[in-house]
Design a protein around this ligand. Sequence first.
Ligand code: PLP
Length: 478
Amino acid sequence: MSDPLAIPPGEIRAMGRAALERVAAYYEGLPERRVVEPTTSQAIREQLDEPLPQAGASFESLLDTFDQVIARYSRHNGHPRFFGYISSPGTPVTAVGSMLAGALNANLTCWRSAPAGTELEHTTINWLKEMLGYPREAAGLYTSGGSMANLAALAAARSAKAGVNVVQEGTAATGKRMCLYVSREGHFSIRKAAGLLGLGEANVREIATDPQLRIDLADLEREIEQDRAAGHLPFCVVANAGTTGTGSFDPIAEMADLARRYGLWFHVDAAYGAFAALAPSARHLFEHIGEADSVALDPHKWLFLPVGCGCVLYRDPAPAMAAFAHDAEYTRPIGFGRNESFAFWDYGPELSRPFRALDIWLLIKFAGTARLGEAIEQNIACAKHFESLVAVSGDFEMLAPVQLSIFCFRYAPKGYSGDLNALNEQLLVRLQRGGSTYLSNAKIGDRFALRGCVLNYRTTMRDMEIVLEDVRRAAAAI
Ligand SMILES: Cc1ncc(COP(=O)(O)O)c(C=O)c1O
């Protein structure tokens, strides 16, 4: 029988060269592109929609469609003035890494399925622990992102603190409401996880914040006391190590202490902020992170990894095993030693898992943490520079202090008597359509903020000046 999908090695090489040429050209032209081309769903669909292809097409023609339609109508998260949400720009090294991982197509379920891949995951997780100052004995694994890392950590917390076998019996077996505490600025994935884990979103207590948008410790303690007095079961406190809205950083030491006093699990959501630990100016914020029972972090944010790579760390792996370990005859390790019987499914929700560690290993080895830290420090410096530009501008105001690399501001020209929320909302739409600067939005109190997050090693101080020029130009056009 012939192989219907066979491609001769020479042709594979030609395909690779052609694809890599497009990759290099993409990076070369990135700063000159619009961040996003104005278009519509219908217009893109018209160029892609076709009946199910029966016959194959030439690889070159597919690369042309990639360039002319797919790349063209993508939002370019690697553009130096893409500041929306919390999005990694990706890197050339990991673009190539993803190709190599695709060739191996390893499935990182357990050691037996991917011996080198599993060891690489252990090694790189050890590096992440070292970056953060998290104990070496801690366990951890990669997840699809921060939301899944938060879910996994809260599942471990639930098993550790329920007092019953909650995996078997469900949370109802506790006979109590299991309550979790996070500031109002916490990411919605915490509430979502509480819903999915049967804890109930209504049992997530949203704690007030101080003027810097950090958790209010007095309010936190009051809520815990109230729940105890009501006969509920407080079980977990979540600290934000860099909130999504403004980048504010909760007081880790004080929260760790409070969690200890009340016997609660202490989880840190560092999905955005974790890699600021590599920047000398932010290092001190992580001094007490080793006291957390679990940490969620996202290499696919500030470690510049491609989308699809989060990470959860557990100080003690036992509660994670209580939450996740499962036996099935077809996965039972037979004939292996202890280390070789290791299975990731014992510590997290996924069975089949992609080879996320390869990209992390490639990037850290290729760039080194000194250069990565320098890039992160520059991002922080850009956001601070922006804050100082706003301070002397006369027509802009900051709506929250810059703590890491997120800046929230609005256009507020002197003498303007209209609705600043409506004006800035209009400006956001214009900017996003304009293609030179891409911001997203946040609500600070009842004020609409133009919000940016510097998360890109290509962004320069000059780019930060261009942001203000672009907003002024958009305002003049309204
Ligand atoms: C603080 C925080 N936690 C969790 C998440 C969710 O991460 P992911 O999008 O990787 O699921 C985000 C996303 O922006 C975040 O900022």
